[in-house]
Design a protein around this ligand. Structure first.
Ligand SMILES: [Zn+2]
Length: 347
């Protein structure tokens, strides 16, 4: 009992750290930066989050008081924000995908698809970068046995900081290696997309755009790594040095449809060919099933409409939460996940 309480306090401290010590740096700078680093939305606030919101709130997976990850309401002003751009770059880079009366989504626009992927990639890259900074500084303090500084870093009492240090010395080094590798990979994806957006040529990435007729259900922006195809077959190998395919994905509701745009570097063309064909050959009604699973299995940065979640039976919401928690630390094939009813008949 005591051990699990300690674990809960430590986890809560790490969640706090993420919030209080988040990296605040413009990923498009430093040239031309202006207006200071802001809380930028990785999912457009006006129009996209607004379409989902009820009383200004949406649902996201968040830690509750006992640090269990559950679907909880959050103000849309705070949903999906991150401190990864200055005012100038956030406005300048994304104005062509800030949808509204004068900016329409054109599924055939290379530029809009690139910018949607860039926005999704920037948030995921920033989160991984943040995770790397945390693990690096925490490990340094543990190795130097600086329990006082660790206590301060995590805002823990001395006993909890000492137990955390013991655990961290064993657990952080292998994890840090993975985090560093993922950060380097995401940096490459992010910079390739930024380069395309800057020069206005879109030759490096392949795109897939799908949609389903629906009411407002969900929105998301994240990079994910498809490890299995839609039939549950592994994509690539499990080798440590494998070049994992990053897919930058945006999900958003506009004018009677939920759109899903996916972009990946052309070097993954062959690796993702079978997976891509499965999406392209899919009956539109089946896409709702796949999209619901995709959102829950692969996304942390996803918002759901309270109008939808509140209408679902509690057991279905619990299933979504259960699937989210089981898949947070490892991929599972779509085929082994129960049907999620997010889009069923919701048109
Ligand atoms: Zn900037």
């Amino acid at each position: 009992m005591k051990a699990s309480k300690t674990r809960q306090r430590i986890l809560a401290a790490m969640v706090r750290w993420d919030k209080d010590h988040a990296l605040a740096e413009c990923l498009a700078g430093p040239a031309e930066c202006n207006g200071g680093v802001i809380k930028a939305h990785s999912i457009q606030n006006a129009v996209i989050l607004e379409s989902l919101a009820d009383h200004g709130e949406v649902f996201m997976f968040r830690h509750d008081k006992s640090t269990l990850l559950k679907l909880q309401r959050i103000g849309r002003k705070r949903a999906s924000v991150f401190t990864g751009f200055c005012q100038y770059h956030d406005t300048r880079l994304f104005r062509e995908i800030d949808f509204g009366a004068s900016v329409r989504f054109d599924p055939a626009s290379d530029r809009q698809r690139c910018l949607l992927a860039l926005r999704a990639a920037s948030r995921t890259y920033w989160a991984k970068y943040n995770q790397m900074l945390f693990n690096t500084s925490a490990l340094r303090l543990c190795r130097e046995s600086r329990i006082g500084a660790l206590q301060e870093l995590l805002n823990l009492d001395t006993n909890d900081a000492a137990s955390w240090a013991k655990y961290a010395l064993v657990r952080i080094p292998p994890r840090l290696l993975g985090v560093q590798r993922a950060k380097a990979r995401l940096e490459r994806t992010y910079k390739s997309l930024l380069h395309q957006a800057t020069i206005g040529k879109y030759h490096l990435f392949d795109n897939l755009v799908l949609s389903i007729d629906s009411k407002p259900v969900a929105a998301a922006a994240e990079v994910f790594n498809p490890e299995f195809d839609l039939l549950g077959r592994r994509i690539g190998t499990t080798q440590l040095n494998e070049d994992v395919a990053d897919v930058a994905c945006s999900v958003f509701y506009l004018a009677g449809k939920t759109w899903c745009t996916m972009s990946y570097h052309r070097r993954f063309k062959d690796k993702l060919l079978g997976w891509r064909n499965q999406f392209e050959g899919m009956h539109p009604t089946l896409f709702g099933d796949v999209l619901a699973k995709l959102l829950v299995i692969h996304f942390e940065n996803a918002a759901f409409s309270p109008m939808r979640i509140d209408k679902m039976p509690p057991s279905e919401v619990a299933t979504m939460e259960q699937v989210f928690r089981t898949t947070i630390n490892g991929a599972v094939p779509y085929t082994s996940v129960p049907h999620l009813h997010l889009f069923d008949g919701y048109t």
